[in-house]
Every structure is written in C-alpha cells, then in structure tokens.
Design a protein around this ligand. Structure first.
Ligand code: GCO
Ligand code: MG
Length: 406
C-alpha cells in the first residue's frame, strides 16, 4: 500500500494542537502530534509545503526509510520546527502500522514490560500553604508523585511576584498573547525559598510521595549545587533542569556534589545530541519530548541506549503536546525496560468532544487498552474551521529589565 495524502490538521482542544494526518491508498488513517508551543504555524508550513511531497506515493510500511528520507535526505536536519513536523509524520505512520496489524503500539514495540506505569502531575501554589493544600487534593485523587512549583514574593518589593513555569491545569495556562507584559524573575529569592518549601512538603505529605521540582535552568551552576545539596534531606524523586541541557560540565559538577537525582532532556531535538548526557550518566532520568525529538522511531532507540547506561526514562509529557503524543508516551511507559516515571499533564475536559483515547490514568498509574495503533481517535468535524489564536510562553525580565532565560 502507499501514502495517498499527508496534511496538517489544526485540532484545538483547550490549546492550539497541530496534528499530522496520513491517509493510505486503501483508506487507513493515522494521526500524529506535531504541536510546538507558540510556533505552531511554522510546523504547519513544514508539513504542508515540504514534507507532503516527500511522502505521497511511498510505501507507508517503511518507517525507518521515510524517517531518514526526511531527516537526512534534505540536508536541513534538526531543530524544534523540523523535528516536530517529522515527529508528527512518524507517529502517524506507526498509528497506521498498528491499525493494519490490528495491534496496539505497545504490542508492536515488544509487548508489556509492566502492567501499569507511574505518572506525575503538576501542582502549583501561590504560597507554601496553598501548595501543600493543593498537593493533598492531588494525592487524595490517587496520584503518588507530583511536580511542585510556587510563587515567590520579593521580600523587599512585595509588589513583585516571581512565578515558576508550571502546567497545573486547574491553575490555568501561563501562555500569553503578543504584547502582554513580561513576567519578572529573581533567582536569589527563589533559591532561598526552594529548600524550605521542599522540606515542608515532605513533612506534610509523608515519605512515600514522589516529589519533583523543575528548575527550568533559571539559576547558575553554583546556585544549583547549593540547591541540590540543601534538597538532599527532602529526598526528591528528581530535580529537573538544574543547568542548561547543553552545559554538560555544569551537570557533571552538580552530580559530583550532590545525591539529589537529576533529570534533563526536553530541549534536545536529536539522538546524536543527547547521547553524551546518557553515556556520561550525567542524569538519572532522560526526558526528551516525543513531539520535538522526531517521534517514536528515535525515542525507542534512545530508551534502549539509556537502558545500557542505567539511565531511566522520565519523558516530557506537558499539556502543550496533544493526546496522540500522550498516548505514545503511555505505550512506551508500558514497554521500555528502563521506565522511570511519566509526566502526564492532561486536560481531559478540554479534550472531550475532539479526542478519545484508550489511555487511562487511575490511582496515579497509566494503563492502555487494546485499540490498534496509538488508540486515539479525532472528531475532525468538531474542529473544522477552528481559528488559531496566537499564544506563547511569556518572556521573563530581571530587576534590571534584562531578559532572563525562560
Ligand atoms: C515540563 C516543562 C514544560 C515546558 C513547556 C514549554 O517539564 O513540563 O518544563 O512545562 O515549560 O512544555 O512549552
Ligand atoms: Mg521541564
């Protein structure tokens, strides 16, 4: 059989989701996620103007060949825009392969390594008390691991509030429209508050809860060393992005100074780039993003590579990638030997009416049903004619008005 059509599909469901839809000559349909937060239309252009021509008429079964044709065959390779478009195509082709075989992705990938997989969600509080109260609610609803973040009020200028990046769905998204004022940031206030809050969380929530915190590379390497050391008694599941993903020396220093587990990866877009991080065991958990890393084909290779170096997976699962991507993450979570934990930022209320999925999250664990392929269906009629409303991550500025790394 061959590929008859490839199109981008704008499928908003609470957020600006972009899908790749592939249709075969005998009418099978595959969907993949190709959402790049705030840069969605750049990816749409790549899919419709550049990738379609490389795919139509080809045998849809040869995923590795088609992946290489797009990645290496066109000279321009890598980067978030191209790799997101490629990821969408790759997921759609695996979806079709599963549908043709009558098998769910987890079965195509070798079958289950476990019955269910541990998930974590985001919890944000405006202060310590609210954070603990909201965490208790999440735990009561079944979750066993949470990624916590909080607002810090500047002790000298109380009108300045520093908000950490978060995707606590019930606290609202942080994306803003063009021209909205920038956010403010002060690392000293944050670094002085973080350990105390982590210890208070541990004391209030008990020893068995998985506690995760994302630094988002907002502080210096020496600040990170201090934080990682001070966090040791809180026993974090992991500390995320304590240094920029490409600063391997800083990551090596942090690991040599502290036993706090570390996770990095959402800003790697290519297998080649992330190898060194894994080979040198600079992280306990690798967390590349299925939709920005080229899809299932390279993710499986990375998972196996990491297994050989005793690094576990904690793949990026934010709310800004769509249900087909979350479904792939769930299938991988069941199958890879070195699975660690899975971030699951879902907005099921917003998804309903557009997406249906065979993934369930119950009691803090992910399971997936037997529906062939990714197990995600899209009601295209529900999004036909939908308008794109531009929204991006806000910029941050420090007290001097300089741009601060997001
Ligand atoms: C995370 C991430 C996200 C990112 C977002 C950017 O670990 O979940 O850091 O929240 O900020 O995906 O678009
Ligand atoms: Mg992160």
């Amino acid at each position: 059989m061959s590929i008859a059509a490839v199109t981008s599909l704008f499928a908003p469901a609470g957020r600006n989701y972009v899908l790749v839809k592939v249709v075969t000559s005998d009418g099978l349909v595959g969907y993949g996620d190709a959402t790049l937060n705030g840069r969605e239309l750049a990816v749409v252009t790549v899919i419709d103007e550049y990738l379609r021509g490389l795919l139509v008429g080809e045998d849809e079964a040869n995923i590795e060949y088609l992946w290489r044709k797009i990645y290496q065959g066109t000279y321009w390779q890598g980067g978030p825009v191209l790799m997101t478009a490629l990821a969408g195509v790759d997921m759609a082709l695996w979806d079709i392969k599963g549908k043709r075989a009558g098998l769910p992705l987890w079965s195509l990938l070798g079958g289950r390594a476990r019955e269910r997989a541990l998930a974590y969600v985001h919890v944000h509080g405006r202060d310590r008390d609210e954070l603990i109260a909201r965490s208790r609610e999440k735990l009561a609803s079944g979750f066993r691991a949470i990624r916590f973040s909080f607002d810090s009020v500047d002790p000298r200028y109380p009108e300045l509030v520093y908000t950490q990046a978060h995707q606590d769905v019930s606290a609202g998204w942080i994306e803003r429209a063009d021209g909205d004022p920038p956010g403010a940031w002060d690392s000293r206030t944050y670094v002085s508050e973080l350990p105390g809050i982590a210890h208070a969380m541990r004391e209030a929530l008990g020893s068995s809860v998985g506690l995760i915190h994302d630094v988002h590379s907002r502080i210096t390497a020496s600040e990170s060393v201090r934080v990682a050391k001070e966090l040791e008694p809180a026993g974090l599941f992991f500390l995320e992005d304590p240094a920029p993903h490409h600063d391997l020396d800083a990551l090596a220093t942090i690991r040599s100074q502290s036993t706090t587990p570390v996770a990095v990866g959402e800003l790697y877009f290519e297998l080649d780039g992330v190898c060194e991080l894994v080979r040198r065991r600079l992280v306990d958990f690798v967390r590349v993003d299925i939709s920005h890393f080229g899809g299932i084909t390279p993710m499986v290779k990375l998972a196996h590579l990491a297994e050989a170096f005793h690094v576990q997976t904690a793949f990026h699962g934010p709310g800004d990638i769509s249900p087909p991507a979350h479904a792939v993450l769930a299938h991988l979570a069941l199958t890879v030997a070195n699975f660690g934990i899975q971030e699951m930022v879902e907005d099921r209320a917003a998804w309903s009416g557009v997406f249906s999925t065979s993934v369930t999250v119950e009691d803090g664990f992910i399971t997936v049903g037997d529906t062939p392929g990714l197990g995600v269906d899209v009601d295209e009629a529900a999004v036909r004619g939908a308008h794109y409303v531009k929204a991006s991550l806000p910029t941050l500025r420090d007290a001097m008005g300089a741009v601060h790394p997001w």
